[in-house]
Design a protein around this ligand. Structure first.
Ligand code: HEC
Length: 127
């Protein structure tokens, strides 16, 4: 009888362990999936003009979020830069600085997509 009890307890312990391991695994997979979204979007849409950490056709995207007075304005700029250049001094200054070469509009990118792209750039490390 004593042995059965021990066996039973071991079984419960094993199950609990499995459950928490599974959760940890899921958490890690989700974290990677988010970064992959940002990386893929960046490479497909932005990399022809931007590098994460240095000036290229456009400015380096690292630190870009801090240069804007609000996230809403920055997201609006990525979706339609011309519209924001017309009403915001910082955007206008940037546009003039980059010799009025316009950025393409990305009306289909969501706030989350843009956040993922920028956070991919923030964590990017030059090889
Ligand atoms: C055709 C070239 C081009 C492409 C493609 C492009 N950009 Fe730009 N981007 C620019 C230029 C040039 C500027 C400087 C402002 C201007 O000229 O309008 C800029 C400015 C920016 C800024 C402001 C940076 C700062 O210092 O405040 C952000 C943020 C940005 N781009 C994000 C993106 C994202 C995200 C993508 C991809 C979805 C993208 N850009 C694709 C050319 C491009």
């Amino acid at each position: 009888m004593k042995n059965y009890c021990l066996l039973f307890l071991l079984l419960i312990a094993a199950c609990q362990n499995n459950a928490s391991e599974k959760k940890e695994e899921e958490r890690r997979e989700n974290a990677v999936a988010i970064n992959t979204n940002g990386e893929t979007l960046f490479k497909n849409n932005c990399a022809s003009c931007h590098k994460p950490n240095e000036k290229y056709v456009g400015p380096a995207l690292q630190g870009a979020a801090n240069r804007w007075e609000s996230r809403e304005l920055l997201y609006a700029f990525v979706r339609n830069s011309q519209e924001v250049i017309n009403r915001n001094a910082y955007a206008k200054k940037l546009y003039d600085e980059y010799k009025q070469s316009p950025m393409l509009p990305y009306p289909n990118l969501t706030d989350n997509d843009i956040r993922d792209i920028l956070s991919y750039c923030e964590t990017y490390m030059a090889p």
